[in-house]
Design a protein. Structure first.
Length: 224
């Protein structure tokens, strides 16, 4: 439905560059639209009937159509409708970028009930549904809302999927920056598999939010 509008925004050089970052996507399914332009397009589309028809038409053909779908979900103001839309869409998400771009604004007003849904998502068999759950815990529950229960949920994820393991590592690296003393035991007790443990340390050491002293100590915790 919106293919022509997306094609008008096509940047072939960007398509070639971005395709290399998306190994799970057939390059022929990438139009080549920069994210700021895609967000601007999503914001400009106001016809709710058209948008609803588009969102019902799953699966989409193109990567940018999936991203557009995700941006429409972000704008849903009713919490229950947002969750319903996500539950319909997440099984069709097939790459890390579409997964990570979605940050529904309504979530912040519904943190207690959102936790129940996160527990459902994190137990999914779908790679990017699990990744979305981990990313949501990282984005919304690492500051004043933090509880070790949430880190336990992430640490208990067992998967050989690269994009899930990376999400777990990303979560713990970010958690170290925000809750260092409470997260350190997860490394000291070897709660993560070796690859994810070491990747979390690597990403934490690369962070400007980790002190030089913390970085030095974290390096000693790497496992073989």
């Amino acid at each position: 439905m919106y293919f022509d509008k997306l094609l008008e925004l096509q940047d072939l050089e960007y398509k070639e560059f971005h395709s290399k970052l998306m190994p799970t996507i057939d390059p022929d399914k990438i139009i080549g639209v920069r994210t700021p332009q895609l967000r601007k397009l999503a914001a400009s589309l106001k016809n709710e009937t058209e948008i609803n028809v588009f969102m019902e038409a799953l699966p989409h053909c193109y990567y940018e159509e999936n991203n557009l779908h995700g941006f429409f979900i972000e704008k849903i103001k009713d919490y229950d409708r947002c969750i319903e839309a996500l539950n319909r869409f997440l099984p069709y998400v097939d790459n890390w970028a579409t997964c990570d771009m979605m940050n529904p604004k309504v979530f912040k007003k519904h943190l207690p009930e959102l936790l129940h849904q996160i527990k459902v998502w994190i137990g999914s068999d779908e790679t990017y549904t699990v990744r979305f759950a981990i990313k949501t815990l990282m984005n919304l529950y690492l500051d004043e809302n933090y509880s070790e229960e949430y880190s336990d949920m992430v640490a208990n994820v067992t998967s050989g999927e690269y994009y899930i393991k990376m999400a777990v590592a990303w979560y713990f690296a970010t958690a170290l920056a925000k809750q260092y003393d409470r997260i350190l035991p997860y490394l000291l007790e070897n709660r993560l598999d070796v690859w994810t443990h070491n990747k979390a340390i690597q990403k934490a050491v690369e962070s400007y939010r980790i002190t030089p002293e913390q970085k030095g100590y974290l390096k000693t915790l790497k496992r073989k």
